[in-house]
Design a protein around this ligand. Structure first.
Ligand SMILES: Cc1cc2nc3c(=O)[nH]c(=O)nc-3n(C[C@H](O)[C@H](O)[C@H](O)COP(=O)(O)OP(=O)(O)OC[C@H]3O[C@@H](n4cnc5c(N)ncnc54)[C@H](O)[C@@H]3O)c2cc1C
Length: 498
């Protein structure tokens, strides 16, 4: 088959959609992307208000090698499109008892920092290093197959790793928190390692132990910022797509995917235009795509184990002056983090005392706020919308108050009084803006009991020429993973016999 004679329609220009489009174009397919919003990038989004530039979505860039591979596929160098800046310290962690602990990629600094922990320093340092070794073993295994080969099912995993290989090497027996508790005795370090699950919006109590690979992505490969703002990544990818001759049509939503028997035949746009295609790649998540674009409730129901990951209350504040105690990335821990995970992920309720992620990007990029001001993004993870019992606006406002009170109590004095600009997004906004399933911000939840940590397969089992990319398919949410899913979806599509 000559790919040059085949046309692919991509629904959505989030990072997953753009990655699939670039990969397919590089293989010779004719590619047209339809994006409902006026701009590309999906959740990688930015809003300018009164001189403040708020990154509405991602703020942490990890695993640059995955993005580099996408540029390499297109015969380009990433550095010609996107400039990365290393962020150090990587995270600053604040606890209610006054402990403040930084995470450093530089192990000499990290070792010195651990002296702040109660207990024997040598023991804490040895346990920290042993934990990273365990995480590194998990990362290497997961990377060699699940990431590199784009594996989609338990059966493919067993074929790749071998039954015993899979169960011997990968930590399936513990949940993430269990794998941590078994190796680390310092309570604050336990809380910090548990909260690495933030990268996929899930719970450390319910995720498989192998998710303890997460710290490795930042300790071994660095934590980065995109120079001049995270949206620079979308701009760089948009430029590349244009140079490659990919047609990206913004403000142009897809209303329906057309089918004939077991195949899809194209899409109908919201303005009624029909567009024929040999393949469709959906960057709309799997469940809403079946439900809304294919009117296929039965397939959507079959996908129930691919429940949405968490949503977030995303509070952007422009404030007078600045808080010198903050680093670029900060975490303010719950007094009882297990209760936080329980409330959000098992009970599906808004938390009383969440662990809060707070980004202060002016530490790396002073241009994000006008002189004499600071730019803060505050993000507690909260449940996706429960359609049976959705929280009210008052519930979200009450949570916002609890969060700001907690931050003031933990040292950000007069935060509310000093606020001059605010822009807050609730799960309802996130669902509306990106069409995500119940306002999820990371696609599908990683949950041992529900899905063993797998997301949906990249190829539809209902329609042979329909593929998916993005946070709802393997390997899941977060910028590097959705970019990987786009490349792997393209590889699967191109490997089809025609
Ligand atoms: C507040 C927040 C903080 C985050 N922090 C981080 C972080 O620090 N680091 C990190 O790596 N990740 C982070 N993430 C997660 C990351 O943003 C996502 O995993 C990733 O960007 C999702 O990409 P995607 O391609 O799966 O989906 P999306 O970005 O949601 O893209 C889907 C696209 O499809 C479009 N679309 C939907 N329906 C249609 C239709 N019918 N027709 C046409 N177009 C349609 C949407 O408009 C959208 O542009 C964060 C996300 C949020 C919201």
């Amino acid at each position: 088959m000559n790919p040059k004679q085949k046309k692919v329609v991509v629904i959505g220009a989030g990072l997953g959609g753009i990655s699939a489009a670039i990969s397919l174009r590089a293989k010779g397919y004719e590619v047209e992307v339809f994006e409902k919003n006026p701009q590309i990038g999906g959740k990688l989004n930015v809003r300018e208000i009164d001189g403040f530039s708020f990154d509405l979505g991602p703020s942490i860039f990890t695993l640059p090698q995955i993005f580099r591979e996408l540029f390499t596929r297109a015969g380009r160098e990433m550095d010609d499109y996107v400039t990365l800046q290393r962020v150090t310290p990587q995270w600053r962690n604040f606890f209610e008892d006054g402990l403040v602990l930084d995470l450093f990629e530089e192990m000499d600094l990290m070792k010195a920092e651990l002296a702040k922990l109660p207990g024997d320093h040598a023991t804490n340092w040895r346990e920290f290093q042993d934990f990273l070794d365990y995480g590194r073993r998990q990362y290497k295994l997961v990377e060699s197959g699940y990431f590199a080969k784009g594996l989609d099912t338990t059966w493919q995993m067993i074929r790749h790793y071998g039954f015993f290989g899979l169960y011997r090497g990968m930590d399936w027996k513990d949940r993430m928190d269990g794998g941590i508790a078994r190796r680390i005795r310092s309570e604050p370090m336990r809380r910090i390692f548990e909260y690495f699950i933030k990268y996929v919006g899930s719970s450390a109590l319910d995720s498989p132990g192998y998710m303890n690979l997460m710290p490795i992505i930042q300790f071994d490969y660095g934590l980065w910022y995109v120079k001049d703002g995270m949206y620079g990544l979308a701009t760089g990818l948009g430029r590349l797509a244009e140079e490659m001759g990919i047609r990206v049509r913004t403000s142009c939503g897809v209303a329906k995917i057309r089918t004939t028997g077991k195949k899809v035949s194209g899409v109908m746009l919201e303005d009624g235009t029909e567009v024929m295609a040999d393949y469709v790649v959906s960057n709309r998540e799997v469940i809403p795509a079946y439900r809304d674009l294919l009117d296929d409730e039965v397939s959507a129901k079959k996908m129930e184990r691919f429940r949405p990951a968490c949503s977030g209350l995303v509070v952007h504040l422009g404030v007078e002056g600045n808080y010198p105690q903050l680093a670029h990335h900060n975490f303010f821990y719950s007094k009882n983090q297990k209760k936080h995970f329980d409330t959000v992920f098992r009970e599906g309720k808004l938390p009383d005392d969440p662990t809060i992620y707070l980004v202060a990007p002016t530490r790396t990029d002073p241009g994000k706020a006008p002189a004499g001001h600071d730019n803060l993004k505050i993000l507690p993870h909260i449940p996706p919308i429960d359609p049976e019992n959705p929280p009210t606006t008052e519930d979200y406002l009450a949570l916002r108050e609890r969060v700001l009170e907690k931050l003031e109590r933990m040292g950000l004095q007069d935060l509310r009084k000093r606020t001059v600009v605010e822009d807050t997004l609730t799960p309802v906004d996130i669902e509306r803006m990106y069409g995500s399933n119940r306002g999820s911000i990371y696609g599908v939840v990683t949950d041992w009991k529900l899905n063993r940590g797998f997301k949906a397969p990249k190829r539809s089992d209902r329609y042979r020429n329909l593929y998916f990319t993005g946070g709802s398919v393997n390997p899941g949410g977060g910028m590097p993973m959705v970019v990987l899913s786009g490349m792997k979806a393209a590889d699967q599509l191109a490997a089809e016999p025609g």
